[in-house]
Design a protein around this ligand. Sequence first.
Ligand code: IPE
Ligand code: IPE
Ligand code: MG
Length: 243
Amino acid sequence: MDKSTLDNRSQGSLHVAIIMDGNGRWAEARGLPRLAGHQAGAAAVRRTVEAAPGLGIGTLTLYAFSADNWRRPLDEVRGLMDLFLRYLRAEVRRLREHGVRLSAIGRRDRLSLTLQEAIARAESATAAGETLTLRLAIDYSARDAILHAARHTASGEAADREAFRRRLGEAYGEREMSPDVDLLIRAGGERRLSDFLLWESAYAELHFTSRLWPDFEAGDLADAVAEFHGRARRFGALPGRLA
Ligand code: IPE
Ligand code: IPE
Ligand code: MG
């Protein structure tokens, strides 16, 4: 076991990011409308959020809607937005009880005012949570975030990684800087990043599973985390000699 593995375990502060993919295929396989898959996906979110703290996860970032997902049929987009609204309204109390602090990352200006308000309300209602930081990526694009940060880095300003990383957080109104991603999981069988957390995942361990997101269980998360702990992270150095 290398040094970083031990550190991750003792601090209980893993940052796990999940691309929640496969909802549409899950529904289609059952002869149901795609939206039924998204609804079933919301239940998987609940299971995942509840299992995360027990697995040493301190930050969980979930990809709920990409900036490119606006290209989908209007009905599906509307259904998804409605689902986000219902999720936020229904879950706030439960999140609070579990000590979960919720924040949204992504553009807000293209969301309906009602959804913007629901996000703001959920963020302030859960602001004191200390068990888990749950970041929901809605209307999110990593490349847009990087562009935004680059545009807001004044010429002459020290453009070191730390400063740029702060800009990246500011790009999407984050109150606190999140740690780099330790483990990135993609459900649904595809092996691509689809414009998710490109900067923050520079040294993330990648875990791809064919499990469709609505079928994703706490056990799948536990398996992915266990596999992560078995990997030797080197960050470019030699094994066992991490400076
Ligand atoms: C992921 O599931 C959810 C969103 C992108 C909003 P998909 O809707 O992409 O499901 P598949 O990939 O079509 O099965
Ligand atoms: C990525 O899934 C976005 C989310 C899971 C929210 P997509 O289904 O949109 O990704 P592609 O189109 O297969 O790359
Ligand atoms: Mg998909």
